[in-house]
Design a binder for this molecule. Structure first.
Ligand code: HEM
Ligand SMILES: [Cu+2]
Length: 586
């Protein structure tokens, strides 16, 4: 039966209480083994959080070395060989050990069961195994990076990587190969969970958009990762056994490697960004107190990106000697992939329109994402256009482009997510002032770091070179100065979030007055998440009528007390019309 809600529930539900008060997933059991052998998706999420934060620090130090070296035209601190190893370490660690696992493994683990009303992921033991596999792969990579370093760049192009490099390519490549399995396990687990474990009433059309994004991401992880895995094995076979696969001097084909590598690595950039887009949809709706504009379009565009993302890989190879006609085709297909991304951006902006926006830290990171990701996406179109890419390929323009999407996009979405769900994950609130300051410092630092790189690339400064002509110095100094600001911006959350664990005020179950099922359980949640079976009665973003997904009234949103309640509840403006359309199935 479906009914239309007439009057608006105004009272907050009684805070849900665990069966044994004060018990939660963090303090239920204690000791080393209770964490090392846990199969609780929330604890595994925390294990991932701690590990990838450490890797982010390592990758950040490598980036600091690269930028410091570029302060002077002839290299300020590193030898040329050390420089090659520093930027490779930066790329490898950031991509394989931070960005790819970040949102899927941390928030995917922690939130997917909570958001769909499940006790855990479908395969809890596989989930724990995925973390161990990740750490084993990471150990091999760290071995490669410490024992001699790797100097090939993260793309590991043969024949240099397979035959001529004297650095520790083999353990590094083997490590990347192993972490791939972890990614596949996580993807598989999340996909099965979304299919099989949704609570009653949680239909596909009522799934939070983060879940749709995670679903699309799992699809890429499952289909793409095996391809890179076999490619890396072939690389190792050539390097260790001398079998000619990619090196032309022994009968191989180096362009084949590029095809295989980018067949995974282009979709992999969507493993990085699509989950971030999911986070943005959650935070943006909550802090503008509005339903998402165009739910179906946003949900299906995640799937669209996942599918079309597989058809565009050769845009990395326009100058690698592929035929003119295939380059033309890939140029066209690449433009297509920008369409679903643009659909999302338009719908987010439309969601903001006439919303009751408040500027808590998660929202500030989200708005920064909107600006920076858009710039990143649009500059991707310059690169997708063959004529301009021939000029821009392998220059700092490309470096700036992918940092806008990966750092300005993904990392900011990740920070938005951390700030949004931190109270849920830890049960503590963090400093309002410092979190907003950090968002501002990161935004400013980001601009100073990467905008000069567009100019450098346009003027022809190649990427991966340790030195440059003098006229480029001013832009490089600007970029390094910006990177220092950015570094400070990143250190701030590390400090105030850690302090919040000890001194932060206790968080309520639903501190942001959000609608998702994860906010209907205590902060932090209990071991089995729900003391009762949550029954979903409506879509995920009914802020306009002020109800959560179980149809219960929301608490007062933060920063809203001085507002006119009528406008907040959507009784005026376009949200009023939305309220009438809202269907509640009982
Ligand atoms: C919005 C649509 C996008 C388009 C049209 C696009 C287009 C392109 C093109 C054509 C290149 C190759 C440039 C060259 O090597 O000369 C490129 C490079 C790259 N893009 Fe994008 N891109 C888009 C979104 C993204 C996203 C969302 C990410 C990551 C989250 C990303 C990450 C990268 C990376 C890492 C590279 C460089 C890889 C390397 O050679 O090291 N791009 N992009
Ligand atoms: Cu690409």
């Amino acid at each position: 039966m479906s009914i239309v809600i007439g009057d608006t529930p105004r009272t907050a539900p009684p805070p849900p209480e665990p069966a044994v008060p004060g018990r939660n997933y963090i303090n239920e059991t204690s000791g080393f083994w209770s964490w090392a052998l846990t199969v609780d998706h929330k604890r595994i999420g925390i294990l991932y959080l701690v590990s990838i934060t450490a890797f982010f620090l390592v990758g950040g130090i490598a980036a600091g070395l690269v930028r410091a070296n570029l302060l002077t035209p002839n290299g300020a601190i590193l030898t040329e060989d050390q420089y090659n190893k520093a930027f490779t370490a930066h790329g490898v660690v950031m991509l394989f050990l931070f960005l790819i696992p970040s949102i899927p493994a941390v928030f995917g683990n922690f939130l997917v069961p909570l958001m769909i009303g499940a006790k855990d992921l479908a395969f809890p033991k596989l989930n724990l195994a995925s973390w161990y596999v990740f750490m084993i792969g990471a150990a091999f990579m760290v071995w490669g990076l410490l024992a001699g370093g790797i100097d090939t760049g993260w793309t590991l192009y043969p024949p240099y990587s397979s035959r001529y490099s004297h650095s520790s390519v083999a353990p590094g490549v083997f490590g990347v190969f192993i972490t791939g399995f972890s990614s596949i396990m996580t993807g598989l687990n999340i996909m099965v969970t979304i299919h099989k474990m949704r609570a009653p009433g949680m239909t596909w059309g009522r799934l939070p958009l983060f879940i749709w994004a995670m679903y699309a991401t799992s699809f890429i992880q499952l289909l793409g990762t095996p391809v890179v895995a076999i490619t890396l094995v072939l690389l190792l076979v050539e390097r260790l056994a001398g079998v000619g696969i990619f090196d032309p001097s022994i009968g191989g084909d180096p362009v084949l490697y590029q095809h295989l590598f980018w067949f995974y690595s282009h979709p992999a950039v969507y493993i990085m960004i699509v989950p971030g887009m999911g986070v943005i949809s959650e935070v943006l709706t909550c802090f503008s107190r509005k339903n998402i504009f165009g739910y179906k379009a946003v949900a299906w565009s995640s799937v669209g990106i996942a599918v079309v993302g597989f058809l565009v890989w050769a845009h990395h190879m326009f100058v690698a000697g592929i035929s003119y006609y295939s380059a033309l085709l890939f140029s066209f297909l690449t433009m297509l992939v920008a369409v679903p991304s643009a659909i999302k951006v338009f719908n987010w902006v439309a969601t903001l329109y006439r919303g009751s926006i408040t500027f808590q830290a998660p929202m500030m990171f989200t708005l920064a994402f909107l600006v920076l990701f858009t710039v990143g996406g649009v500059t991707g179109l310059f690169l997708a256009t063959m004529g301009t890419d021939i000029h821009l390929h392998d220059t700092y323009f490309v470096v700036a482009h992918f940092h806008f999407v990966m750092v300005g996009g993904m990392v900011l979405a990740y920070l938005a997510g951390i700030h949004f769900w931190w109270p849920k994950m830890t049960g503590r609130m963090y400093s309002d002032f410092w979190s907003k300051t950090s968002a501002t410092v990161i935004f400013v630092g980001f601009f100073f770091t990467f905008v000069p790189q567009f100019v450098l690339g346009y003027h022809g400064m190649p990427r991966r070179y340790p030195n440059y002509p003098e006229e480029f110095q001013v832009y490089n100094v600007l970029s390094t100065a910006g990177a220092s600001i950015l570094g400070v911006g990143y250190l701030m959350p590390a400090v105030y979030l850690t302090l919040s664990l000890f001194y932060g005020p206790k968080a309520s179950a639903n501190p942001w007055s959000a609608t998702g099922l994860e906010w209907q359980v205590p902060s932090p949640p209990t071991v089995f998440n729900f003391e009762y079976l949550p029954i979903t009665v409506c879509g995920p973003y009914e802020y306009a009528i002020g109800v959560d997904q179980m149809g219960r009234g929301l608490p007062e949103p933060p920063g809203m007390s001085d507002d006119n309640p009528a406008s907040r509840l959507g009784l005026s403006g376009p949200a009023g019309a939305q309220a009438k359309e809202t269907e509640v199935v009982g």
